[in-house]
Each structure stands twice: as C-alpha cells, then as structure tokens.
Design a binder for this molecule. Structure first.
Ligand code: PFF
Length: 520
C-alpha cells in the first residue's frame, strides 16, 4: 500500500478549506440571494442555518474525514464503510460524495473560466468602450456563444479560456495535496482577501456619484441590502434559500471537506480548525461579498434597476453590471481586472477541491498512483465539461446546479448527519471529534447534531418534495425546446451515478479477493 499524501501544516489545511469555501458563491450568489430575499431579514434564516446546519456539518465532515483517513479512505464510500463494516450497503450512499463534487465541477470550472477571460478583457480595455446594460449583455451572450454578434462570431474564445482554466486545475491537483492544493491556497486566499478589501474601500469611497440622484448614495446602498423586510420571513422559500446558500458557500454536505480532512493525522485538531475556516468564509461572504456588488450597483443604477438585474440572474450582476460600474471610475481597467481576478482566485481554490474527491477515490480504492488518477479524472471530466460549454443556452448549467449544487447537497448532508449521530453514535462521534481538539464544542451541539440538524434537514426535504417534486420530474418549468437537453443531462447524470456505484462494487470485490479481510 502506498503512503497517502498529508497536509504540510495546520495553516495549510485551514487555507485550503477556506479556499474551497470562499468562491463565486460568496461574491456573486450571496449578494443576489440576500437582495432578492428580504435584504437584512435574510440574515435571520442565514444565521440560523449557519448555527444549526453549516457549522455542525463542517465539524461532522472534518471528524469523519480524519476518521476515514485513518483507514486509508479519502472519500465517502470508504469512510461510511469504516463506520459500520457489517453493513454491505452503507458504502453505496457514499457514491453521492464523489458524484456531487464532480457534477458541480463540470459547470463551476466553466464559469470560472469566464472570470479569467473577463480579467484579461478588463486589463486590455476590451470592455471599456461599452456603457450600457444592453450592449454589455450582448458582449456576454456573444462570448458564451448564446448569440453570434459583432463582439464574437463563435464560442472559440470561450472554449480557449475554458481549456486554459481546465489545465490549470489539473496542473494543481497533479502536484498533490501539499505540493499543489496547499501551495496554491496559501498564496491565493490571502491575495483574494487583499483584492476584496481594495474593492471594498473603493466602494465605500463612492459617495454620491450621480448629482441628479442624491438619494443614490453609498449609505442608502448599504441600506438597500441590509434594511430588513421582515415580511419576507413568512415565506418558506427564504428558509430553503438560506439553507441552500449555507451549504453551497461552506462547501459542506457534498463530500469535499471529507476528502480534505482525510489527509489529516489522527491527533490533529478538527474543532478549532473547522471553526476558523468557517469564520474566514463568513467574513468573506457577509462583510466583503455583501459590500461590493450591491452597494456599488445601487449608487449607479438605483433601487429599481438593481432589483430587476438581481432577479434576472446571478451572472448579470457580476459580468454585466460590475464592468459598467468600473467603466465609470478612473483607472477602470485596473479595477475591472481586480474584480475578475478576485473571482478567478476564489473560483480556482474551490474547483480544485471539487476535483479532489474523484481523484482520491481512484487513488485510494483502486490503488492507483496520483498522476495516473489525475489523468483518468481529467479525461472523464474533460468530456463531461463539454455539456455546459456547448449547451449553456439550453439550461444545462441550471440543471446541473440544481442536482449537484442543491438537491444532492441537502440529501447527502442528511445522510451524513444521520450516520454520524445515529449509526456511529453521538457518544462515539463526540469523542472522535474532540480527539486532539484545541476547542471544546459547547455541549448544546451534542443535542443539535443528534436531533435538530437531522430534523431540520428532513423537514426541508419533505416540504420541498411535497411542493416541487412533481413539477421538477415532469420538467414543468422547462421550455419545450430545452426539454430534450434537460432530459439528456438527467440521463447522463444517472449514468454517472450508476457507473460510480459499479466502481465501488468492483473496488470492494477486488479488496475481498486481495484477502484484506479486515477491510472487506
Ligand atoms: N463554496 C464554493 C463557493 O462558495 O463558491 C462552491 C463550492 C465548492 C460548493 C465546493 C461545494 C463544494 F463542495
């Protein structure tokens, strides 16, 4: 058996987990969600979700990951199997912990490549001549290959940037945990914080840029985002959106942190480290993410326009409104570059974490070397990435985001918490969590993890099934033109799930044949 990679330092893994957590979700998804869900009132369900779902799952994944790593398992099938060896089926639940990250990776890395492209476009002034929403929107649509126009005649430039981004990602994981992931996160995370602080200061100094509109000032800009509309709390949607955002932003509930934590050693702390990574993410999300895009858009466009932009899609605020704002500032090319480069750094430190579970699975369960495992993953992921690249306009990205980034995330989180608190047993689990711990978690969390988190999650799933299941299955909200594409995506997803389940079966059969009785 070859030796598994490890983290070089404690700071290294905290930076890597923070890097995974801090991503496009913090700077694009969070502000849009808050603005369209009651403003400051959104923070109530958001905080509840942080304390009752996010933080417990962060600790659960760090603990289970480290535990599984002790048995040379870095992904959910092996980790779940280690919890209850007698049960032959438990490992199949773990398939979602490889499937989910892979599905998110497929579209996330493509969107990440736009940020690289736009940072170059900004730097070289390609966006500078554009001064209105419509034209900036056509630029984006042209780039995405959604429409052919004067800016782009084909999707080729987008494809080229996708290739570059994809190869950078593969290059990082090719160098392993400490040589690749840890090295890049230790630099990229601080740099992205610096970029975000520069932008934050710039936004704070905006004042009232349009003298015709004295109420469009920066104070009101913050008020627009943060003034609470408590009425919004009555709708069930805001609670589900807050829970979904919490999982997505912390990268928990999908298997990624499990894999990172599996490279820890038995006596390494998980409680304080997990809390530190969570705190870094929350600072980046609420303080930095919440202070850039919305207040800036407010002072230039006012409340009505911003509402319609926020509602029209997550990407419009980031890729259409932000460059327009930059164009009205001095040294626009530099600030535009900082914005998109910040997004790129945030994106890449997240996408490498999405790639690692599949790579770890191949390495650990098939005893294949890292470099070969990266090649296998690379070829499969590369083929799959073509779906979002070429079928964006047919709703493929939304479909992948729904299954990978929402549905399976909540489902897998539920499975994890039940296994942790009820199958592993909360007593065992609590001891395991506090092995080598530098922070004693308040006792109340024993109760929360055992009862509150699972009940909360089961309620969310049940309510959602009740209200939406049928319309999702019959594709009620999908246009007739897009249906074949959405259906095709679903068939591909089911095939991936099946292939992974078969891979798990083969891996375990080989192990049994190999006479590793302990493991079988
Ligand atoms: N947390 C990342 C973000 O906020 O953009 C996205 C993400 C990364 C989600 C890794 C899930 C994951 F496993």
């Amino acid at each position: 058996m070859k030796k598994r990679d490890t983290w070089a330092s404690r700071l290294g893994i905290i930076m890597a987990v923070a890097g995974s957590a801090i991503g496009l979700g913090n700077f694009l998804r969070f502000p849009a969600k808050a603005a369209s869900n009651g403003g400051g009132a959104f923070m109530i369900p958001y905080l509840v979700a942080l304390l009752l779902l996010g933080l417990p799952l962060m600790w659960i994944e760090w603990t289970l990951g480290r535990y599984g790593g002790g048995f040379e398992h870095g992904t959910a099938p092996g980790i779940f199997h280690s919890i209850r060896r007698k049960n032959r089926f438990i490992k199949y639940f773990g398939v979602i912990g490889i499937f989910g990250p892979l599905v998110i990776f497929i579209y996330y890395s493509y969107i990440e490549s736009w940020t690289l492209a736009y940072s170059i476009f900004s730097l070289f002034g390609k966006l500078s001549p554009i001064s209105d929403q419509q034209t900036m929107q056509s630029f984006l649509r042209g780039y995405q290959g959604v429409e052919a126009n004067g800016f782009f005649s084909s999707i080729l430039p987008a494809y080229a940037f996708f290739l570059v981004t994809f190869f950078i990602n593969m290059g990082v994981i090719y160098h392993g945990i400490r040589g690749g992931i840890e090295r890049i996160c230790r630099i990229a995370v601080p740099v992205l914080f610096i970029c975000a602080v520069i932008l934050l200061l710039r936004v704070l100094s905006l004042g009232t840029p349009d003298p015709q509109q004295p109420s469009w000032n920066i104070t009101n800009g913050f008020g627009f985002l943060w003034n609470p509309d408590f009425n919004a709390l009555k709708s069930g949607k805001i609670w589900i959106e807050a829970a979904g955002q919490m999982f997505f932003t912390l990268s928990v509930g999908i298997g990624v942190i499990l894999t990172y934590a599996s490279y820890l050693s038995k006596g390494d702390d998980v409680t304080l480290s997990g809390l530190s990574a969570t705190s870094l993410n929350e600072v980046a999300e609420v303080i930095l993410g919440g202070s850039i895009i919305i207040p800036a858009a407010f002072v230039f466009f006012g409340p009505d326009t911003i509402r319609s932009i926020a509602a029209s899609g997550t990407f419009n605020l980031g890729f259409v409104t932000m460059p327009l704002i930059m164009n009205r500032l001095p040294v626009s090319q530099l600030f535009g570059f900082i914005w998109f480069f910040l997004l790129f750094l945030a994106g890449i430190t997240s996408s490498i974490s999405l790639a690692q579970p599949a790579v770890a699975f191949i390495e650990d369960e098939f005893n294949i070397g890292r470099k070969k495992a990266v090649w296998i993953f690379g070829i499969v992921a590369f083929i799959l990435c073509h779906f979002p690249v070429f079928m964006l306009k047919h709703g493929v990205v939304d479909e992948l985001d729904f299954w990978g980034g929402t549905f399976f995330l909540v489902l897998f989180a539920t499975i994890e918490v039940i296994l942790f608190a009820w199958v592993f047993g909360i007593g065992n689990a609590w001891d395991e969590m506090h092995r080598g711990a530098d922070l004693r978690v308040p006792k109340i969390y024993k109760f929360i993890i055992k009862y509150v988190t699972p009940l909360f999650l089961l309620t969310v799933i049940t309510v959602w099934m009740w209200q939406e299941w049928l319309s999702v299955i019959v594709m009620k909200n999908v246009s007739a033109v897009d249906r074949p594409y959405v259906l095709g995506t679903r068939i591909v997803l089911i095939s991936i799930l099946a292939a992974l389940a078969i891979a798990v079966k083969i891996a375990w059969r080989r192990r049994e044949k190999g006479g590793d009785v302990n493991e079988a």
